[in-house]
Design a protein around this ligand. Structure first.
Ligand SMILES: Cc1cc2nc3c(=O)[nH]c(=O)nc-3n(C[C@H](O)[C@H](O)[C@H](O)COP(=O)(O)OP(=O)(O)OC[C@H]3O[C@@H](n4cnc5c(N)ncnc54)[C@H](O)[C@@H]3O)c2cc1C
Length: 394
């Protein structure tokens, strides 16, 4: 009997977790990643891993990698919604977010992308191929071949495109599937010396919901504070994505002129080199397609806005689901079941994160007043608080 084999394009969060998951299922899987070094993955943002993501990681990873993840991760931390005067609308502390006594895979974690990648990479040396930029694939009977820009190729029974939001695998498999602008722009940056800022900004993640338009996300990260001010495209200059750091800092300062001085200091004292503006994008819904020897995982299919903090958790869920189904029956029937389930929960997550993105840029005072009242009511009612804590990163 010949062994069913897989090749994974993209060694990001989802692709590396899948490689482990498939290996544990007895399916040889090689990963082809375009970056050259194990440390090339330099986006420093901290990732929130929810219980759904942690359970998926626990399923995919061998014990030493899971242990490395636990050692590098911190507890999920606390989270709050603030008014523009820096007072609490709703705050959830660590004990509410992480039920005391919950098993390790059922907890929330925070982890930097670089330590997460290190925990994922360990043990994959023999099957990880760096510096391989995928260009296209060819199907030949019951085999699929991936071609790379250095002229090399690799063949397997199944190709999984885990090559992120601008996936070339998706572009070939589903040329009609696109990411669209959401009408929201985020200006993001990093404050390197937050000592002068209030404790609430230094110790927990926050979303600031002002009475008027726009919103601000803040989160402590490795002794710094990262932030993102989001607003509707129509409220911002048409050349905002081309503006430099100081111009963007000035722009955000004018947008939050009436807010607490703490937020104005956060923006003004940020490192201008870290400040940039980008269109928030989201995948358009995709209908099921006839299953072939090529499938997709993570951002490559259900790319979503960062406003719900669930993109990586959903990619991990894909990795665990596909590994589990292929372990039961390594063939195209399993791939079809994977695609059908993944499209359901993946695009439900896309819709949720899109709602959050639109909420962040809403401009009517009425909808804002309603949202703020809902948050205050949730804060006051324990069952609603618990439901909110449980839903984080779901
Ligand atoms: C600011 C920000 C904060 C976020 N915070 C969170 C959070 O707290 N929690 C959460 O769950 N999600 C979060 N996300 C979303 C999360 O980062 C993504 O959903 C996640 O990284 C997707 O994983 P992936 O494996 O699908 O893709 P990626 O992690 O993007 O990996 C894709 C890989 O494919 C490689 N690749 C691309 N093209 C090719 C090619 N042609 N050939 C070979 N290799 C290729 C890339 O180099 C990369 O390594 C956040 C996103 C942003 C922008």
């Amino acid at each position: 009997m010949t062994t069913f084999t897989a090749l994974i394009v993209g060694g990001g969060i989802g692709g590396l977790a899948l490689a482990h998951g498939l290996r544990r299922a007895g399916i040889p899987a090689d990963v082809y990643e375009r970056t050259h070094e194990r440390t090339d993955w330099l986006q420093g943002y901290r990732i929130h891993i929810s219980p759904a993501g942690a359970r998926a990681l626990h399923h995919c990873l061998p014990a030493p990698n899971w242990q490395a993840f636990l050692e590098a991760a911190a507890p999920g931390g606390s989270f709050g919604f603030l008014t523009d005067h820096a007072t609490d609308l709703l705050a959830l502390d660590e004990a509410e977010i992480n039920t005391p006594g919950a098993a390790e895979p059922d907890r929330h974690y925070g982890i930097g992308r670089i330590p997460l990648r290190a925990a994922l990479l360990d043990g994959l040396d023999d099957s990880l191929h760096l510096g391989k930029t995928f260009t296209h694939y060819t199907l030949d009977g019951d085999r699929v071949t991936a071609h790379f820009d250095d002229g090399t190729s690799a063949t397997a029974d199944l190709l999984i495109g885990a090559d992120g939001a601008n996936s070339r695998v998706r572009a070939q498999l589903l040329p009609h599937a696109h990411r669209a602008e959401t009408g929201v722009i985020t200006v993001a940056g990093r404050n390197p010396e937050p000592a002068a800022l209030p404790e609430v900004l230094r110790t927990r993640a926050n979303i600031v919901i002002p009475r008027g338009p726009g919103s601000l996300f803040t989160a402590p990260e490795a002794g710094q504070i990262i932030w993102g001010f989001s607003d509707a495209v129509r409220h911002l200059p048409s050349d905002v994505t081309k503006m430099d750091g100081p111009a963007l800092q000035h722009l955000v300062a004018t947008r939050i002129a009436g807010w607490s001085p703490a937020f104005r200091t956060l923006i003004a004292d940020s490192d201008p080199a870290t400040v940039n503006a980008f269109h928030v994008k989201s995948a358009n819904p995709v209908a099921p397609w006839p299953t072939t020897r090529v499938t997709l995982l993570g951002d490559a299919i259900h790319n979503m806005t960062p406003m719900a903090g669930i993109g990586a958790n959903t990619a991990l869920r894909d990795a665990a689901l596909l590994s589990r189904l292929l372990a039961e029956d390594a063939g195209l029937a399993a791939v079809q079941r994977y695609e059908s389930e993944m499209l359901e929960y993946g695009f439900e997550a896309v819709r949720r994160s899109l709602r959050n993105a639109r909420q962040s840029a809403t401009s009517t005072h009425l909808s804002r007043a309603f949202f703020r009242t809902t948050l205050r009511a949730t804060a006051a009612l324990p069952p609603l608080r618990h439901a909110m804590a449980r839903s984080l990163g779901r």
